[in-house]
Design a protein. Structure first.
Length: 220
């Protein structure tokens, strides 16, 4: 099982949107996925409940919402259950349990908007990520569609500190799809939003495959 952690300091950076869009993209690519909601706000859980209400069979992605204090054991149980991929969504601000989760992650995603306010909030979580020694990538979220000066200025600043994944831009398709427990890739498969998720999933899947190769496990 591979583990992706979505980590952040600032609220509202699009972490939950990122987690559910990637989770559904991974499931569509044939992976058995578990979304893990560590946020007491329960945003991911609420979306998943809307999604699965009245549905039959085993949902993929599945959902787990263990108490943060039990996250290490919970990940062990998910691994034993045969899941391929686990994506962990976290609450805003840096919590003491985040370091332990980071050390177990195969890849840490750091979503951020391209504003100065957001970029200035990054070091608090980035220091913790760098301490964990685990691979990480920045994902710029809610960038303005088309030419964006903020996005263009943010890229070199981020690239100095790490790798930068393809962005998700401001697209109404994301919240509109989420209202009915879906993703943009499901509700608007030919949209720009869906294209952006596909590019991001390809990038992330490439990173996970490289992590698997480094660990000496053949690609599945
Ligand atoms: N790319 C996007 N385009 C348009 N709206 C977006 C986008 N990403 C997120 N949103 C909307 O912005 C709000 C915050 O996004 P989201 O809940 O994903 O962020 P978060 O970082 O998980 O927030 P929190 O800190 O509360 O956990 C939500 O209403 C979401 O639907
Ligand atoms: Mg959230």
């Amino acid at each position: 099982m591979k583990t992706i952690m979505v980590a952040k300091q600032k609220g509202g950076v699009g972490a939950t949107t990122l987690a559910r869009e990637l989770g559904v993209a991974a499931a569509a690519a044939g992976k058995s996925v578990v979304l893990v909601d560590l946020d007491p706000q329960g945003t991911l859980r609420g979306w998943w409940n809307r999604r699965t209400e009245g549905a039959e069979g085993e949902p993929n992605p599945a959902l787990a919402a263990p108490p943060p204090a039990r996250i290490v054991e919970a990940l062990g149980e998910l691994r034993a259950s045969g899941a391929d991929l686990c994506i962990i969504d976290t609450p805003p601000s840096v919590h003491p349990f985040l370091g332990a989760v980071m050390r177990l992650a195969d890849l840490i995603l750091l979503p951020t908007r391209a504003t100065t306010d957001d970029l200035e909030a990054l070091p608090a979580v980035l220091d913790l990520v760098e301490e964990s020694g685990r691979p990480f990538v920045f994902v710029v979220t809610q960038a303005a569609p088309g030419k964006s000066r903020l996005y263009d200025d943010a890229l070199p600043a981020l690239a100095q500190r790490g790798r930068v994944a393809p962005p998700l831009r401001i697209r109404a398709d994301f919240p509109v799809a989420a209202a009915t427990g879906r993703t943009a890739t499901e509700a608007a498969p030919r949209s720009k939003a869906a294209e952006e998720v596909a590019a991001l999933w390809q990038f992330v899947a490439g990173d996970l495959a490289r992590a698997r190769k480094r660990a000496g496990v053949p690609a599945s």
